[in-house]
Write a protein that binds this ligand. Structure first.
Ligand SMILES: Nc1ncnc2c1ncn2[C@@H]1O[C@H](COP(=O)(O)OP(=O)(O)OP(=O)(O)O)[C@@H](O)[C@H]1O
Ligand code: SF4
Ligand SMILES: [Mg+2]
Length: 331
């Protein structure tokens, strides 16, 4: 299988928060990855490692004390240097559909789902006129499997699963080639998690995405089972850096990931060893010069006082030694 050309190409993305007293918080450092049409890349890692900051950087939604460097190309546009007008008019909704973490908070509480869909359709598409907006809104709801007989409800009248579908319907209106889902399954029970991510996968595979090739999905999640269910590739983030980036089949299957942190994440799963990684991640305002995982790593040596570079999809001086299969060789 040859990999399709990327929808999103991120190179050297770093975000620093400038704090009072001159302190700098290194929330994201030198992130590099791509997501292709018809592909889901899951970004995983412990709380506070920089996942949402990375998403915020792509959408131009970081606070004023954030300094961003690097490139994030979506077609010809660099999301990191685009001005607010471009981000508001052509990026959010049109080029990047955001599936939010907390749909109930994302939806406007005092308006029905129908009116929010009609407003979004009017803002993002050429559709005009009451009847046309109504039927375009209904079509958008149907695409996200949101039931037509719930369109006149307010967000608080929806279950968690239906609120998530309403938010997904809004994210799909602009037919964006890239979907960005930040913890799309928070607070849902297992069954709803499975259904929600299966629906996201359906939108990745749907031929109505970019050029008939489906959409690209960057899914940020704590939920490794959800990632295993729908992701093609896994990016593991630790203390602001992507430390491993590999095929999902390699990561979850045999021989498994190569980075000690990735292996720790898997071992912590209840259905595996259920043994948490000892210790805590370092403060992002006070990172060590070498490998940030060293204090928690049972493979650390003196070499780890130097920062490991990403080589063969893993950034570690002593990765688990099995070589990866050739990229994209999975079915
Ligand atoms: N405005 C800000 N000013 C300073 N530091 C910030 C700011 N926003 C986020 N941070 C810091 O950036 C780091 C990364 O935060 P982020 O929200 O991206 O984590 P996350 O990986 O999404 O975590 P979670 O899994 O809990 O959602 C955290 O240490 C956080 O404290
Ligand atoms: S570089 Fe060293 S400390 Fe860091 S994960 Fe690899 S072995 Fe562990
Ligand atoms: Mg987050």
């Amino acid at each position: 299988m040859t990999r399709r050309s990327p929808v999103l190409s991120v190179r050297g993305l770093s975000v620093r928060f400038l704090m009072p007293g001159g302190r700098r918080v290194a929330a994201v450092t030198d992130a590099r990855f791509e997501v292709a049409a018809g592909e889901c890349l899951a970004l995983i890692g412990e709380s506070g490692c920089g996942k949402s900051v990375l998403a915020g950087a792509l959408l131009g939604l970081l606070p004023a004390n954030a300094q961003t460097a690097g490139h994030a190309h979506l077609g010809d546009l660099d999301l990191l240097t685009a001005d607010e007008r471009t981000l508001a008019r052509t990026v959010r909704g049109r080029l990047v559909g955001l599936v939010p973490q907390s749909p109930a908070a994302h939806l406007t509480p005092v308006r029905t789902v129908r009116s929010q869909l009609a407003e979004t359709v009017a803002a993002l598409t050429g559709v005009r006129g009451r009847a046309a907006l109504r039927s375009a809104g209904e079509a958008a709801a149907a695409r996200a499997a949101f039931p037509a007989d719930h369109l006149d409800r307010h967000p608080h009248q929806l279950s968690g699963g239906l609120a998530q579908r309403a938010a997904t319907a809004l994210a799909l209106v602009g037919d964006a080639p890239l979907l960005l889902a930040d913890e799309p399954t928070t607070g849902l029970d297992r069954d709803l998690v499975d259904r929600t991510v299966d629906e996201l996968r359906r939108h990745v595979d749907a031929p109505d995405g970019a050029g008939g090739a489906g959409r690209a999905l960057l899914m940020i999640t704590h939920d490794l089972a959800a990632a295993e269910r729908i992701a093609d590739r896994i990016a593991v983030m630790y203390a602001g850096r992507i430390v491993e980036l590999t095929d999902a089949s390699t990561f979850f299957g045999s021989p498994g990931p190569r980075h000690p942190y990735s292996r720790g994440l898997l071992r912590a799963l209840p259905e595996r060893d259920f043994s948490p990684i000892p210790g805590m991640p370092p403060e992002l305002g006070d990172l060590p010069e070498g490998c940030a995982f060293a204090a928690r790593c049972d493979r650390a040596t003196g070499a780890c006082a130097a920062l490991p570079q990403m080589t063969d999809r893993v950034a570690c001086h002593h990765p688990y030694p099995h070589p990866y299969p050739a990229e994209g060789s999975h079915a």
